[in-house]
Design a protein around this ligand. Structure first.
Ligand code: SIN
Length: 538
């Protein structure tokens, strides 16, 4: 349910900037740094600067950095993973700009792992036919990138507000972005609702994994940017394509919240997927076996679980030995041992888990959304790069490349909005406790394996949660409301797409249907609700 005006810039505080960037993962940090030469930049983040998904990224950054590799080879693997829905021009921008973007990241201070000769150490992950994944700290790539970019930010003169939840987009009378409203919780600024006026707003709010009960995403990944964009009338696309990472550490049937990832790079270095009897069930299902694109591996694991009645499968990397485990995968080793599993001596229990939104706020090749002055990059955006299924380790690269492109667009566009009119906020909010109800519904009915009956049930359960103007506007209520808005849009798109493609797997429609579905589902505000329409592939 979407209607008008809950949040207004007055009577709270206001701040002014040329560019306001929302989010502090790789995309937000690069956008802030690269926009800085074009004016005053304010970066707003919901918790601490390093609280988002970037710091948890293990595998690495994919780019054609090896002399034997080419952007065309990277393009081919990305298009194959995307199952007919990638925007080829966007993928070409990604793979062509990618190697230089990684080198600029290194120049900004990120230290990637190197082989004894001093060259970048490159590994493979699912769907890649070549070794092209640069990694840092073994399996702590995101943490190193975040560290380096946060250090660079300190010297760049970017102002930062932490502990500030973005609420809604401010627009002028002509509909141009003019800033955002915020709910600030931190010190150093008055609390409560305030506003930042800016001529450019860059959404880099990250993912929406918290719509599910169990996910690799941190607690802050509540889809705030997609919810804001929907309320602001921006086009949001491909939401049905939520990627389930094949190998998430299985902690039991009732596990909730953020779940530890076991990187694809573990398979890239030679780990095997087996069932309890020790059978390698991916062999024969795909020419790349365990290194097939991740939707294929997730489906292989789910199918084998169903054939054997086992609640998880096993990832066997005992043959790595202690030295390789400690040097190459220290983060995963520690997480497994924390949960009582020693991968050096026993296989790791794994199952697919919600991991990444391939869809999001639709942008052009320079991060422009359908609202003038509003840009999006990183996981919140749908640049067209991922199609129906993201290729492993393309996400950090996409954040780098498209944040840089936004900076160029912001400089060129010179958006000059007039005075802001009141924001289009939700008519009411859900109480914070509704978060769990949304998550339960989504995990039960809109998970890795979907069907019409479950999706109907999800739509009904979500519609039964009705926001109210009587709910106090605290952060928990805003997050629950955003999760509900986003979950409703994801469920509607999943219900509408009556085929199986990439990470959208319909048990009742098991085949890909190019005649009917080689296009995109686009969700926009319609009156007080949302409408999802089918558009031909661009
Ligand atoms: C992984 O390390 O498997 C995750 C990388 C990604 O999501 O691209």
């Amino acid at each position: 349910m979407i209607a008008r005006v809950l949040t207004a810039p007055a009577p709270g505080w206001t701040a002014d900037a040329d560019v306001v960037v929302i989010g502090s993962g790789v995309a937000g940090l690069v956008a802030a740094l690269d926009c800085r030469p074009h004016g005053r930049v304010l970066l707003v983040t919901k918790a601490l600067l390093d609280a988002g998904s970037t710091r948890w990224a293990q595998g690495g950054v994919a780019a054609a950095l090896d002399p034997a590799d080419t952007p065309d080879d990277h393009l081919a693997d990305t298009l194959t993973a995307g199952v007919g829905l990638c925007d080829e021009a966007a993928v070409r921008a990604l793979v062509t700009d990618g190697p230089a973007a990684v080198r600029r990241l290194i120049a900004r201070g990120a230290e990637f792992d190197r082989d004894p000769g001093g060259d970048l150490s490159l590994t493979r992950e699912g769907g890649h036919h070549r070794r092209r994944i640069a990694h840092a700290g073994g399996d702590a790539t995101g943490a190193e990138i975040s560290r380096a970019l946060r250090a660079a930010l300190k010297d760049a003169g970017v102002e930062v507000i932490e502990h500030a939840l973005v609420l809604d987009l401010l627009r002028d009378a002509a509909g141009r972005a003019a800033g955002v409203t915020l709910h600030v919780m931190g010190e150093g600024r008055p609390g409560g609702v305030g506003a930042v006026r800016a001529r450019a707003v860059v959404l880099a709010t990250g993912g929406l994994g918290q719509v599910f009960a169990a996910t690799t995403n941190p607690e802050v990944s509540t889809g705030d940017g997609v919810a804001l964009a929907l309320r602001a009338g921006a086009a949001v696309t491909d939401l049905e394509f939520v990627q389930f990472h094949p190998t998430v550490l299985w902690l039991g049937p009732g596990a909730r919240g953020r779940q530890p990832l076991v990187s694809e790079a573990v398979r890239g270095e030679g780990a095997h997927l087996v069932d309890r009897s020790g059978t390698r069930f991916m062999t024969g299902r795909h020419e790349l076996g365990e290194l097939a694109p991740r939707d294929v591996v997730a489906k292989g694991i789910m199918s084998r679980m169903s054939e054997t009645g086992e609640p998880c499968m096993l990832l066997d990397a005992r043959h790595f030995g202690a030295e390789l485990w400690e040097r190459r995968f220290p983060t995963i080793l520690a997480a497994c041992r924390f949960h009582g599993i020693d991968p050096v001596t026993e296989p790791i229990p794994v199952a697919p888990g919600a991991h990444y939104a391939s869809g999001g706020v639709r942008t052009d090749l320079h991060g422009r959304t359908s609202v003038p002055g509003l840009y999006a990059c990183g996981e919140v955006a749908c640049t067209g790069v991922h199609g129906a299924n993201r290729l492993a380790s393309n996400s950090l690269l996409e954040g780098l490349v498209f944040a840089e492109r936004i900076a160029a667009a912001v400089a060129a566009d010179r958006n000059d909005p007039g005075p802001a009119v009141p924001a289009d906020g939700p008519a009411g909010l859900l109480p914070g406790a509704a978060r769990e109800a949304v998550q339960r519904t989504m995990s039960a009915h809109v998970g890795v394996l979907r069907d019409a009956a479950g999706l109907d049930r999800a739509a009904a359960d979500l519609a039964a949660l009705v926001p109210s103007a009587d709910v106090a506007p605290d952060v928990a209520a805003w997050e629950a409301t955003n999760l509900h808005t986003v979950a409703s849009a994801v469920a509607a798109a999943a219900r509408r797409r009556t085929e199986t493609r990439g990470s959208h797997w319909r048990a009742d429609r098991p085949d890909r249907d190019d005649a009917a579905w080689r296009g995109h589902l686009v969700t926009r505000r319609a009156g007080t609700g949302l409408a999802t329409v089918y558009e031909e592939h661009r």
